[in-house]
Design a protein around this ligand. Sequence first.
Ligand SMILES: Cc1cc2nc3c(=O)[nH]c(=O)nc-3n(C[C@H](O)[C@H](O)[C@H](O)COP(=O)(O)O)c2cc1C
Length: 191
Amino acid sequence: MNGPIDRHAQTSVPIHPLLASRHSTRALEPGIEVSDEQFTALLEAARWAPSSGNTQPWRFILARRDTPDFKRVLDCLNPGNAEWSQHASALLVAVLTESNEKGSLSHAAYDLGQSMAHLTFQALAEGLTVRQMAGFDAEALAGEFGLQAALKPTSVAAIGVPGDPGRLDESVAAPDLRPRWRIPLEELLIG
Ligand SMILES: Cc1cc2nc3c(=O)[nH]c(=O)nc-3n(C[C@H](O)[C@H](O)[C@H](O)COP(=O)(O)O)c2cc1C
């Protein structure tokens, strides 16, 4: 390798530096304690996201490192994800509220994703990094935490301080060492 790879988004015009610098890394600095205040800031950012009809269909399980909950969440991850995310400062389960007393919430998944986007950028502003995961056993996780039927674990995010991808096993580090790509801007607009 010839030095660190630039993970910044390549954009046709400048975008906000936080957006340009965000990327998902599997390299997390082990043993880092994130403060209560920082976690509260992350949850506040999620809490103030917009949602359809202000239904706020987001709930979270915050499992901080060195707690029994951390191991309970970690054990529900696919082995490939558990390998690197064991070093996270916290594992955050994003839980979808599929329905409330008025019936099913048609835009719940959209709203939950939006709350995670808010949380992610607050994390970046705090000097943290977030990598979300779909690779986990949602049923096992729901059972482990005794979630009601309307509550569906939808993603797990590894939150921590970015580490050195060079210290990761090559198989785990591979995505962090490849150039990032996106479909071209012209393809975003339909019609
Ligand atoms: C809903 C969701 C699920 C994801 N699942 C995984 C996963 O299970 N394991 C993993 O290492 N990365 C996972 N990722 C990270 C994506 O691979 C990553 O966001 C994508 O490759 C784009 O890279 P970037 O975030 O650096 O722009 C997931 C991301 C999202 C938003």
